[in-house]
Design a protein. Sequence first.
Length: 329
Amino acid sequence: MTATNRPPSRTSRPLGVASRTVELRPVPPFRLDATVAVLRRNVRNPVDRWDGERYLRVFDLTTELSAVTVRQVGPLENPRLLLDITVENDALLHLTVRIVRTMLGLDLDLRGLYTLARRDRRLRSMVEPLRGMKPPRLASVFESLVGAVACQQLSITAGMTIMGRLVQRFGRHAEVGDHDAFAFPRADALAGASQDELRGLGFSYAKARTLIGLARDVLGGALDLEDLAKESNDTALARLRAQPGIGPWSAEYALLRGLGRLDVFPVDDVGAANALAHRLDLRSTPTPARVREITARWGEWRGAVYLHLLGLRFIDSGQLAPSPAAGTR
């Protein structure tokens, strides 16, 4: 497939009003607003949308698009979610529900993290303000890797701006009610891009080569990203790092955000290291080796702490209200 021979179905088309409503009950406690904020990472995210009350996403999972809006109608400790879903058939309905359930961490039980936080004052200060935030996952490992490449050596804002251009150029989009929403590009769309085309969106030539090579390997079957779910962390990291342009941070990021490995803390993340220094009152930004040493105490929850550090940025900026204190629930 070449850059000038893409599927004509990438043009915008109306999906109409939601045709199905599904109710889901997350493992409590649960906060949709905080979970979506951490999922989105930045307000410039064009794929994961939030209108102040509802989460909106369009999925390009098969030959047909599906769209979903999610709203929370139950409180923190007794949560209920209503999903309004536009789909073509029951099979796509079930697939969409399953992916949303996974992305929003609805089945995750965080009692172990909360118990650990009660014994650790510093950890409690990072976890308690976001009580109910479930560590979210991106829709696929491919999406997590593309996002990682976009954000390599850039701020979240700059990386998400570039990725937004990528999504609008290569993602299928549809009219969902009053919204013009984009689905994340599939590998077949990016495999046909040219380096110059990606360079025009703001990617370096090195990143462009990485993305095109990644997409072609996924499309051709040389790299089965979803099969990594069967592998140990070490094996999965090694397989990802064998991919040109994928370094330690990108690989660890994909394990955490794409595969939901909550025991993985991307130690080369400078922003996370700075956040740790601030929250733990360290005199200087810790090195990756020091970050690994610090986070080891949180064991299987260290990746969840990474995501809580991101969520705290939204509280500090006033975009999220802190969860009620333990004594007021």
